[in-house]
Write a protein that binds this ligand. Sequence first.
Ligand code: PLP
Length: 414
Amino acid sequence: MSTAAKELNGWDVEKIRNDFPVLRQTVNGKPLVYLDSAASAQVPQVVIDRGSRYLQDEHSNIHRGVHYLSQKATTAFEGAREKVKRFINARESRECIFVRGCTEGINLVTHGYGRKFVGAGDEIIISAMEHHANIVPWQMLAEEKGAKIRVLPMDERGELQLDQLEVLITSRTKLICVMHVSNSLGTINPIKEICHIAHKQGVPVLVDGAQGAAHLSIDVQDLDCDFYIISGHKMYAPTGSGVVYGKAEWLEEMNPFMGGGDMIKTVTFEKSTYAALPNKFEAGTPAISSQIGLGAAIDYLNSIDREKAERYEAELLAYATAKLSAIEGVRLIGTAREKASVISFTVEGVHPHDIGTIFDNEGIAIRAGHHCAQPVMQFFKIPATARASFAFYNTKEEVDKLADAVQKVIEVFA
Ligand code: PLP
């Protein structure tokens, strides 16, 4: 790799790549080109080591034990919560509830907030570009309660029509649910502005941060969102880790999500009372090693220059956008002015699954399908897209390989 490529925009990508052992392998005899970080980002060695150390030296159940190992595990687990708190700038660590991922986190709010505060005739606003994880739980709730779902529309670029938001909010609106960054289009939504509009009418906002936390610096106090939901595996941590950030005043008022051990204060056969935050929402044994891994991933992210990483990812995206849009027959899906490192596309006359298969032969991992966003596909009148998603460990050379592989697809199907 040339020095120019290695140090694009002052970002030493070769050094960064050394942190991720999985990137060293070959697939089908070719060096792995991993362009599927929006599905799951790869895990750096320090996170792998931290998980192994826990399993080797500290493994024990948390909170309940007085013995040495249990205390060690509890300290590491609660330490991870402190790291999350600082990472997203929550006011208090009890506002950070550990869950197994974004889907579980949104369901926690659906049950905890929705069951309590949403009634017949009430309305929930979701955006037109949501992932199924931020649609289906609300539909299930609406069905149960006789509530209605309202959809904030988007335009052909994949940008939300914010001027419609004020029109959609009524006295029956109980919550606005919107993603920070679209996994299928790459759009970065103006969360601060959405919260501002919603709060003027007294409506809380839930942000699906599955893609946001991986690419952007998150300050929940500055955004002023009421809930921000994170999946650890999208931000270089193991699967099974995740966070629901909620303003304490909401979390205090909400019903617990699941019942069981650890979330109670007292239990009799007649009645149970619930533990204080955050335990009220953490029934049963959590994914201890994964959450400790999330803490290690945050340490890792804090150890790199995130501003540079963001700029580098933006440069990769711009480079890929220019390369792919120059190829005849390629249609980019999602051309918002504010985008994070996702590029969705179709190739005329070729099903995205065939693109994915040909890419795999070249050692290139992309995702093909509806990306759990079928309404987005319906909007653009396509069954699916091919999606390349970048992280700060990808290179310009890999983007070149992506473009070459698209050319190959076109030749095969010509
Ligand atoms: N929301 C968005 C925007 C996503 O991209 C995803 C996963 O792809 C999810 C929610 C669901 O996350 P998880 O599968 O980790 O629960």
